[in-house]
Design a protein around this ligand. Sequence first.
Ligand code: FAD
Length: 498
Amino acid sequence: MAQHIRGGIKTAKRYPKAEISLHFIIVGGGIAGLATAFALSLVGHRVTVIEESDGRIQTNNGVTCPPNMSKILQDWGLQSWLDQVGGKVANFRLTAAHSGDELGVVHMDTKYAGKIESDFFFLLYDDLYTLLRSLVDIEGVEVLLNRKVVDIDTHAVSVTLSGDSVQASLKADVIIGADGKDSLVRSVVNSGSFIKEVPTGSEPADPAGLVISSAVFQTKVLTEDPELAMLLEPHLWTLWCGNKYYATGALCSPDLYYVVMFSEVSSNATSAVEDIKNDWKEDLKYGTNKLKLDHIEHRKSESEARFHKLLDLAGDQLRSMRYDGFGSAYLENAVDDSGSVCLVGDAGHPIVPYSWHSAALGVEDACTLLHLFAGIQRHDQIPRLLNAYEEIRQPRWENILDAEKAYRTELAMPPGPARDARDQFFGELARMNSTFEEEDDEVVSEDVERLRMAWIKTMAAYNFDAREAVDDWFSKWGGILHRTVDLSEGVEDDFKTK
Ligand SMILES: Cc1cc2nc3c(=O)[nH]c(=O)nc-3n(C[C@H](O)[C@H](O)[C@H](O)COP(=O)(O)OP(=O)(O)OC[C@H]3O[C@@H](n4cnc5c(N)ncnc54)[C@H](O)[C@@H]3O)c2cc1C
């Protein structure tokens, strides 16, 4: 299904090369691994990507590219690619799933929580993956396919591949774990341990169970039904808010494909579908195995006609993933003690499948590493730069987990006063759109205040600028970086920057 990659990639931006060229080994060639490989090669580093699959990923599914990600792609000179292959969103229509009533159409650029500085796109996963594969090829990145990393030596900074002896292990200056949510590399960083508690101040609680299903439709199929054709309005993102479920729909490729993601948020959702795995490869298998989803059948009978029709149309191409609560797990450290290994993408922050930020966080990680390692002048600066990465990325990951939980809870509220307040809030938001100006002395209820905070968190997450975060770090700590380091003092002491 991947579209042909047209002019966009020919314009990929050139960056000044770093003063020294390092060798990076990246374990895993998914979105985060490929984006990181491309980013580091842009500033002159040598990169080897090791990927256990044959590299022919065909998911036939959608992925979100929020403004924080589109800004980076734009910075890499890929705006024309985005404009050609992406489904751009300018408005979102909030709809009651049971009745189909419109709760409000909100502009992305509403001034309510600050202007969103870049565009929101839906993409086909295959398009994004194919783009990144092409970019790494153009940049001369070495990609070893069908090779699995089975061991990592942090002191020798080397990896051993399946079937190879330890003597044949591959050495590098830095190892990056981009090996997904069940990361092997995570096991050498901080013993792979997660902190389970949710940091203070974050709310609301993580939903106990979540099953996410997705399907991509050809728009020509939807145009045959006048009710469904209404969904194809350009730049429109429809969100259906249900009782412990929600769904989203948007064009993910101009005029060609429409993607629907359906999320069941309830404590019995995962137990009802035990045979659905939390695994993308299993998900692909299920997509063609006509798995019957009882919970979706049940939702169909209580939802509005368009929602019902979409689920019927999706039939056996609906792909489902279960989520086992790893989104509430925070990693203590994404860089190992020796300062030569770090984690990116789902390896560093496993996130809910089809989440709005899952691909974006991997691309942000890549952008952060690009701008940090563009400034390297000596090998002894590696641990410092990796620790800078840690300082920039950890709070960001935690904010995103927080923001994601907040919006998920708001969209899937059961009937009651809190939901009534939400519906009212959405209506007000839509009426304000670009004209909102907050009254200083305005008194609002606790429910509305919580909704406002959730909204502000969601919007603030879109405006994060990974490059700016690195610039801030350099302006604060760049002086320390360029000081000569006595390595016997250890990395930690040099980095008491928090
Ligand atoms: C097959 C597949 C299809 C997906 N489809 C979608 C989609 O349609 N929509 C969506 O929103 N998200 C999808 N995702 C998830 C999405 O890519 C991630 O949530 C997000 O982009 C972060 O990506 P990542 O690169 O960190 O992790 P992943 O995408 O999980 O990539 C990790 C990569 O590491 C490789 N790997 C793992 N262990 C080793 C090892 N020991 N040695 C070598 N290689 C290893 C894996 O084969 C995989 O390619 C998919 C993931 C996969 C793997």
